[in-house]
Design a binder for this molecule. Structure first.
Ligand SMILES: NC(=O)C1=CN([C@@H]2O[C@H](COP(=O)(O)OP(=O)(O)OC[C@H]3O[C@@H](n4cnc5c(N)ncnc54)[C@H](O)[C@@H]3O)[C@@H](O)[C@H]2O)C=CC1
Ligand SMILES: O=C([O-])CC(=O)C(=O)O
Length: 261
């Protein structure tokens, strides 16, 4: 599998190290990268033996099979449809882009037309398998996520000195207000009840060191309660290490003939 990468921050660099240097995706390699700053792309290309591009359109003319977006929701908005139109599969990290229903619909149509797929990793959370099963008979009744992070992992920053609820409302509203912090709520919405009915609470808590997500759901299947205590990425405390791992795992699973879950 030949991979292209858009966005070379935390998740991007993790993937370059894991795939190109550590060989953790047998048969796969990141052969093309795009970063906004030319000098960054050039430096990373040398370190991870790959091809730098200064323009996404040029990258899409190369023979990559799948493009990984690891940038921002804005970048996903700008490039995702181009990727799909060029006949490449797409893996999104900035899943919040899918909260825009017109965008979701358009991307679905292009996928069908061009016979390509979009991969949405579970990111910094889990439990999506349970929601999908519950939904098979429309038996899902409620889904909520409570995200508790140290203040430096949220826009509130160090001004927060005691436990503070920053947001309470729908996933649709949460991603509008916290586009860099709550992509997980949108993948949860897509697996479950949609972004209007999925409830979100975001708490800045100076007493925690990890990014904590509590997922609670109920329905005809019974009840789900799942809590992850994620170590942050060393270079970007906003992002959980599990989010980067889940991108790699999604790529590893893509080639498997036995699909689990
Ligand atoms: N699905 C999930 O569970 C999670 C998703 N995320 C999302 O994944 C994305 C990547 O996360 P990180 O690597 O931690 O972020 P990061 O901030 O460390 O890296 C993002 C990189 O993208 C670059 N970038 C920004 N706009 C760009 C553009 N238009 N074209 C190319 N590059 C551009 C930035 O310069 C930066 O180097 C973010 O949108 C983040 O919110 C993060 C954590 C969990
Ligand atoms: O990494 C995390 O804990 C979650 C996150 O930032 C996001 O969903 O955008």
């Amino acid at each position: 599998m030949k991979l292209g990468l858009i966005g070379c921050g935390n998740i991007g660099k993790f993937l370059l190290q894991a795939i190109n240097n550590d060989g953790l995706l047998p048969g796969g390699r990141i052969v093309a990268i795009y970063a906004r700053r030319e000098e960054i792309a050039a430096q990373l290309a040398e370190e991870f033996r790959t091809q730098p591009y200064n323009d996404v359109d040029e990258l899409l003319k190369s023979d990559v099979d799948l493009v990984i977006e690891a940038a921002t929701i804005e970048a996903a908005e700008e490039y995702a449809l181009k990727v799909l139109k060029s006949g490449k599969d797409l893996l999104l990290s900035s899943i919040g882009v899918m909260a825009n229903s017109a965008f979701e619909e358009q991307s679905n149509q292009i996928c069908k037309l061009n016979n390509v797929n979009i991969l949405l990793p579970s990111g910094a959370i889990g439990g999506l398998d349970v929601l999908k099963s519950a939904k098979a008979v429309n038996g899902l009744e409620s889904v909520c996520i409570t995200t508790r992070k140290p203040p430096n992992a949220l826009p509130a920053g160090s001004s927060v000195t005691e436990e503070t609820v920053l947001f309470e409302g729908s996933a649709a509203e949460a991603i509008k207000q916290f586009p860099r912090n709550i992509n997980v709520a949108i993948v949860l919405s897509m697996a479950g009840l949609g972004s209007e009915k999925t409830k979100v609470k975001i708490i800045a808590d100076p007493n925690v060191l990890k990014n904590n997500h509590l997922i609670e759901a109920s329905g005809s299947f019974g009840k789900l309660k799942l809590e992850v205590e994620n170590d942050p990425m060393p270079n970007n405390p906003k992002t959980s290490y599990l989010a980067a791992l889940s991108v790699l795992a999604t790529l590893q699973n893509k080639e498997k003939s036995v699909q689990i879950g």
